[in-house]
Design a protein around this ligand. Sequence first.
Ligand SMILES: Nc1ncnc2c1ncn2[C@@H]1O[C@H](COP(=O)(O)OP(=O)(O)OP(=O)(O)O)[C@@H](O)[C@H]1O
Length: 678
Amino acid sequence: MRNPEDFGPPEKKQKLNPIQFNFNSQNGPKKNSFEELRDARRALPIFSAKHKIVSEIKKFPSAIVIGETGSGKTTQIPQYLLEAGVHQNAIIAITQPRRVAAISVSQRVALEKNTTIGSLVGYCVRFEDVTSAGTKLKFMTDGMLLRESILDPTLTRYSIIILDEAHERTINTDVLFGVVKAAQRRRLKTGQKLLKIIVMSATMDVDHFSEYFNKAPVLYLEGRQYPIQVMHTKEPQSDYLFASLITLFQIHKEAPAGDDILIFLTGQEEIESAVKTIKDLARDLKDVPQLVVLPLYAALPSQTQIKVFAKTPPGHRKVVVATNIAETSITIHGIKYVIDSGMVKAKVYNPHSGLDLLKVVTASKAQVLQRTGRAGREAPGVCYRLFTESEFQNMSTNTVPEIQRCNLASVVLQLMALGISDVLTFDFMDKPAPESINAALEELVILGALERQVNSDILKLTPLGKQMAAFPLDPRFSKVILLAKDYDCLEEILSIIAMLSAESVLVSVSNKRKECLESHQKFMSSEGDHIMLLNIYRAYKSVNGNKSWCFDNFINSTNMHNAQEIRKQLREICERNNMTFTSCGRDTTTIRKCLAAGFFMNAAELSKEGDFLTMTTRTKVSIHPSSALFQCKPACVVFTELVKTTKCYMRTLSVVDPDWLYEAAPSYFKRKKTSAIS
Ligand SMILES: Nc1ncnc2c1ncn2[C@@H]1O[C@H](COP(=O)(O)OP(=O)(O)OP(=O)(O)O)[C@@H](O)[C@H]1O
């Protein structure tokens, strides 16, 4: 067991603010709760600065707001502006990098406003719009606002746009910075109503932001409501997973019930295995509160994610094991302790291969500070960092903007659809590497979304590219949908893409592994995972989405329902594009041909040595153990996801014939020939 002395002294001690309140964001307003919430709002550090904030924001077209985690920026500033009428009866948009934050924060604000979600306060995330004509505070993912800007570049419906958690620097946030700034300028030029821009975070490079937003004033918010004691390990930890379990059980043995714990790990599989280990280890412990262990990662359905916000039953302790999706904005009821592994799974782009890889890397200081801020939101808290103080000092200050480390094809396509033809000169806050932009442009040319104008190097959007931009999907997925009508399998491809866009539908119950596998076996196909997903979708439809069928077959019925909803929305976009709905019936070969035609850039073939090598860059890849093809050695496959853990894994794949790939993109393979054909 780790000794308490293994942790060094607190990084800083802060004064205890004696205000105490305790409420459950998931419970509806009960008697007096509105008054309680009003008092809680007044107790927030930001409350004393309310008038100053409103008057400063009234004065300037843009403002940068920086204040400690938990000071009240996200939940209060939109309400202050609404109450003071700064919104001029138009909508205030508050963007969040993640859907769980957009949903949970909007629910909290609706509660504080004593209204139901979807009326005055609403949210809008991909495939889910909970707003109405009366919505004035609209919490949304940055991706959703970006999509809206394609149809309305001046964002006419909005009077104020609050870009929250700006330090996260997701691709969408960075593009949104430029788009919103351009909308503000355009409105000014054309004499339209002013668009106010507010950029907020607890951890950002304010000067850089202020400079970019036309020297916007910076408002500093002092203080946080409750102190957080920060502990670092005395020695570096070689195994953060093991260290997190030791720390968890050390706290568990000593802390009273109701003091809940949030652990930051890196990804789905790691989290699921940690959840199982924690449950197993806790089973034999005596004289400690019972544990409620909950995972939290992006691939979980929203309804499951939201469970972490529920109040812990008396006599229990909640342990939430999360990825960085719990890092910003959110308040999880009951969390007193945060255990931070200091690691994060991040996308890393290889412009050479054109592929994004998910890789575990060290977090930045900004991320670590945000994680610490998830404690101390309802009472004083403690953060155990599983790294030393000097390791912390050596972490990079800010996360490298995603735009400088991810595949840009999707963003470039959206910018082109916005009418920004010269992406290289777009007003980015931090420019992506020109080779990444060029790689994205090349990918879009190969996909047929862009073409060179005659006798010039200027690229323009093709009618196909315009259609592709209408889908809220990676361009390769949109392309497959658009190709599917020619392969007579649009209905099937829509089902597969919807299943890929929803969260995992396969349920794995730890003490019923064998039954789960047997149940899933009947959907499996030697053709691969995409056909397996189609089989599940078809079976689900044939029983009319029957819940007990899902239960009996270890299929997640909520995720299936979501997939069905997503399918409906994708189908509507196809209808708007006047596409003919074709079906190939049982001829699944056609479907794989279509997948090969869309995903020819994500292909791998089996080498003589028995390894899989990507067709273009000869990168060594393996079949993920969760794939239906794990035990097989097909000669050639296409994949729709690449993950790096101990190895580089292809996660969802289909068996294809190499000829289909060459037929789909002869010029691409001709160009790559030297490296492509062994
Ligand atoms: N769902 C909730 N349940 C209980 N309390 C909440 C909830 N949401 C917010 N609060 C309270 O309001 C405070 C301010 O939250 P808010 O999200 O506005 O802060 P913030 O300054 O935006 O922090 P961050 O930078 O961490 O997002 C929290 O510290 C907490 O006390």
